[in-house]
Design a protein around this ligand. Structure first.
Ligand code: NI
Length: 167
């Protein structure tokens, strides 16, 4: 296992669009293990996407098991995730391992229906809302070469220096 290096804004590779996963083999499982370990090494980190470590396949991990107040599915490995339905909109604060110095207020759909494969290639469908839906939308953006910075309506009023939260 290994903690992988995180690409940090303005690294141009963060704009790359990731490819669908087609091989569900042991190399995929090894990579997912390393990606998970890298996520766990980030303080308070609840999600990570493969392109953040320079691996341009459509893989995301979210883990909201530490946020029981927000209804969620716990840890999910999402391979080839697709949002098939989205509704509502709300604004919330987001941070990102690839944008370590800032957080931003971003509008996202309130509720989503998501399809994704697991690391074995099995298809799943999920209903998500609130914070979990927000985290998944943020991570899927990484697969399409987008950062939360790209979704700020106004950098002057909606971008904030990151606070040093006590652990
Ligand atoms: Ni991010």
């Amino acid at each position: 296992m290994a903690i992988l290096d995180i690409l940090v804004y303005p690294d141009p590779r963060l704009k790359q669009i990731s490819d669908p996963v087609t091989k569900f083999d042991s190399a995929l499982k090894d990579f997912i293990r390393d990606l998970n370990e890298t996520m766990l090494a980030g303080p308070g980190c609840v999600g990570i996407a493969a392109p953040q470590v320079g691996y341009f396949d459509r893989i995301v991990i979210v883990d909201l098991s530490s946020k029981p107040k927000n209804p969620n599915h716990g840890k999910l490995v999402l391979v080839n995730p697709v949002i098939v339905e989205a509704s509502g909109s709300n604004i919330g604060r987001e941070g990102c391992l690839s944008v370590p110095d800032y957080t931003g207020n971003i509008a996202r759909a309130k509720k989503i229906t998501l399809t994704a494969q697991d690391e074995e290639g099995n298809e799943h469908s999920y209903q998500m809302k609130g914070f979990e839906a927000r985290v998944v939308q943020h991570e899927i953006d990484h697969l399409d070469g987008l950062l939360f910075l790209d979704r700020l309506v106004c950098r002057r009023s909606e971008l904030f220096p990151r606070q040093n939260y006590a652990e």
